[in-house]
Each structure stands twice: as C-alpha cells, then as structure tokens.
Ligand binder design. Structure first.
Ligand code: NAD
Length: 349
C-alpha cells in the first residue's frame, strides 16, 4: 500500500492511496478537523482522468465541513473517492485495502457510504478499521440515512414555502421532484402525506412507475422537469443541475431539495436570486443524513430524540438563513456560506 501526501493549500491533509495487489487507487481528503474528526462518505465511480477524482474529493470534503458545521455537529469535513466501477471492480480485497488506508489516518477521517457504496461494503471496510459508519449492524449502527435526509428536506421545503409562498402548508402545492432513489422516494412520501401534488422524473423508469402508483404522481421526461408548472422544485438526483441552461427554464418560486452541489457555479445562486427564485442551500437542506451518521460516530444513545432535536435546530438555521437573505436582499447560498464561515472562525482565546 502506498499512501502519499498531496499538496492542497485549502485542505488540512490529502493523501493519494494505491494498493497494486487489489487495484485500489483513490484519494482521502481531509478539509478540516477544526470541529472534530473529519467525516464524509467514500464515493466509488469511474473518472475520465485521475485528476477529476482528486478534484471531486477536494470539493466534496470542503462541502462536508460546511454541511457538518451547519448541522452543528462536532465533526469536521472529509471525503474519499475510489477510482473504480462499482458494478465490476468492487472486490473484498479492494474494500479491505481502503479500510487499511482509512485506518492509517488514526481517526482523523471517518468514512461512510456515498455513491456506489452500500452498508455491506462498509462492513467489509470495517474489518480493517473502526473509523467507519453507516453500518447495518452493531450497537450504534445507524443504517440507511436517507429517510432522515428526506425528513430534513421536507422541513426545508416547508420553511422555504413559508418564506416565499406565505405558509408552511403544502396542501394543493405542486412539487417537482427530480430523482426518485433513496432520498427522492422517501421525500415523495412526506410530500404526498402533506397534501402536495407531485410531478416526478427519473432516468430509471421503474422508480417513476413506483412513485406514480404509490402517490399518484405525474411523470415527465428527465429533461422536462425544469420547465414544469410547479411551486417548488426538489432536485434529488445529481449535482450541478442548477446552471445557465436550466435556471431560465424554471417556473417555480422555490428550489429546495437533497442533491449535493446543486449549483453548477456560485454564480448560479445569484442567477436564481435574480430570477426571484428562493433557493434553500443544499448542504443545509440535506444535513439529516450526516446527523444520522453522527450518532454512530459519536456513539449517541437515545438516537431518535437526538436526531429529532438536531433536525429541528437545522430547520431553524435554514429559517435564519432565509430571513437574513431577505433582509440583505442577497442569495441564501451566499448567506449560508457566510454563517458557516462565522461558525468556523477559530475562537479567540
Ligand atoms: P440514489 O442513487 O438512491 O438515487 C438517485 C436517483 O436519481 C436514482 O433513482 C437515479 O436513477 C436518478 N437520476 C440520476 N440521474 C438523473 C437525472 N439526470 N434525472 C433524473 N433522475 C436521475 O441516491 P440518493 O441516496 O437518493 O441521493 C440522491 C442525492 O441526494 C445525491 O445527490 C446524494 O449525494 C444526495 N444526498 C443523499 C443523502 C442520503 O442520505 N442518501 C444524504 C445527503 C445528500
């Protein structure tokens, strides 16, 4: 196993990991441990070039610092990427080699699931390190975080609706949901229960059929979701979908969803603001998942009550962000970053 330090000025510690025997190649990026051990999932995917994997790890780990701070967790931000096709290249040896790489950081980084990874993979990684969360079994195992993530997004939608549509009541409101996987599917359940009408899309037609049948949702083609007549758009699939091409198509008043890194560039937050669309910052809206994972890392007893309290506090933070954005007449994305930057300021002695 080769673990090599990588120069990254904005990050606390970044390593390239390579294990020839198992074919593991990837990066672990620790953006900050100011508030506690860096926590963030490991993503397995193919990248066109290795530099793209490093860029992803740097961007995602910084995002985790912001997400964890916004959720008021005693955790810093980190993320790992493994360059491999999860469908064909994920082997027990490779996962164990990754576990050894995580272990070599002595708890400065805690891993969990991200794209391309499952609780069973975490269990395999966990044979080589204790710094792993998102396990299905064990005293503090927190399991699948997506129902809690969806609950947090639902709160964010209600709070954004209060600010822009005048009420948290979603009865009769139309919500367009992009992506009906773990998070999107649970979110549709909450929205349906709250009396909202659903317009949905997914590139997987089986997911669409399931939600259409369960919740009477109207299905549209993936590219059509941006231009539908709806009150709220909830992106719950991939990142960078709010960009120069899609923003002009939107007819909604609110964007609030669970996907990570929804804004293609910081300018897109301003672009939404200029169009009069209220954007609920993604890393605040989707913080429920890491709140759930934190119970495992920090071995918190009475998990349900703790999670409920943290989710309510996160919702108050969203409310504060949207209030301040309105007062200052700026984009909520800008306000969220500024609030977290304040939280991250080292306290004067
Ligand atoms: P998932 O893989 O279970 O679901 C994603 C869904 O999006 C899939 O059904 C997929 O077919 C669909 N999809 C992909 N590209 C699409 C496109 N172009 N148009 C429409 N649909 C498309 O993933 P998930 O766990 O539900 O996560 C969804 C998003 O939320 C991701 O951005 C993830 O990073 C973020 N997130 C998830 C959690 C969590 O707890 N799972 C927590 C925080 C953030």
């Amino acid at each position: 196993m080769q673990i090599t330090a990588v120069e990254a000025p904005d990050h606390q510690e970044v390593v390239r990991i390579e294990d020839r025997a198992s074919g593991l190649v990837g990066y672990i990026a620790i953006h900050s441990t100011l508030r506690g051990p860096a926590a963030g999932g490991v993503r397995m995917r193919r990248y066109a070039q290795e530099v793209d994997a490093l860029t992803d790890a740097l961007r995602l780990s910084r995002g985790m610092t912001y997400k964890n701070a916004a959720a008021d967790l005693a955790l810093g931000g980190g993320k790992a990427v493994i360059i491999a096709d999860p469908a064909t290249q994920k082997t027990p040896d490779l996962l164990e080699a990754f576990g050894m790489a995580v272990d070599s950081l002595n708890g400065r980084y805690w891993t969990a699931e991200d794209m391309g990874m499952t609780p069973a993979d975490m269990a395999r990684i966990g044979t080589r390190t204790r710094f792993v969360a998102g396990l299905a079994d064990g005293a503090f195992a927190s399991g699948d975080p997506s129902p809690i993530t969806a609950r947090g997004i639902f709160y964010a939608i209600r709070t954004a609706a209060k600010h822009r549509l005048g009420s948290v009541d979603l009865t009769g409101r139309t919500v367009a949901v992009q992506g009906l996987g773990h998070v999107g599917h649970y979110l549709c359940g909450y929205l349906h229960q709250a009396g909202a009408k659903l317009i949905v899309t997914d590139i997987d037609s089986a997911q669409v059929a399931r939600v259409a049948e369960l919740y009477g949702a109207t299905a549209v083609a993936p590219d059509a979701i941006y231009g539908v007549d709806a009150d709220i758009f909830a992106p719950c699939a991939i990142g960078a979908i709010l960009n120069a091409e899609t923003i002009p198509q939107l007819k909604v008043s609110v964007v609030a969803g669970g996907a990570n890194n929804q804004l293609a560039t910081p300018d897109d937050g301003t672009r939404l603001h200029a169009r009069g669309i209220l954007y609920a910052p993604d890393y605040v809206a989707n913080g429920g998942g890491i709140i759930n994972v934190a119970t495992e890392i920090q071995q918190i007893s009475g998990r349900e009550a703790w999670v409920a309290e943290k989710l309510t506090a996160l919702d108050r933070t969203m409310d504060r962000i949207l209030t301040r954005a309105r007062t200052l007449a700026v984009s909520p994305a800008e306000v969220a970053d500024a609030i977290v930057d304040e939280i991250l300021q080292p306290k004067a002695a």
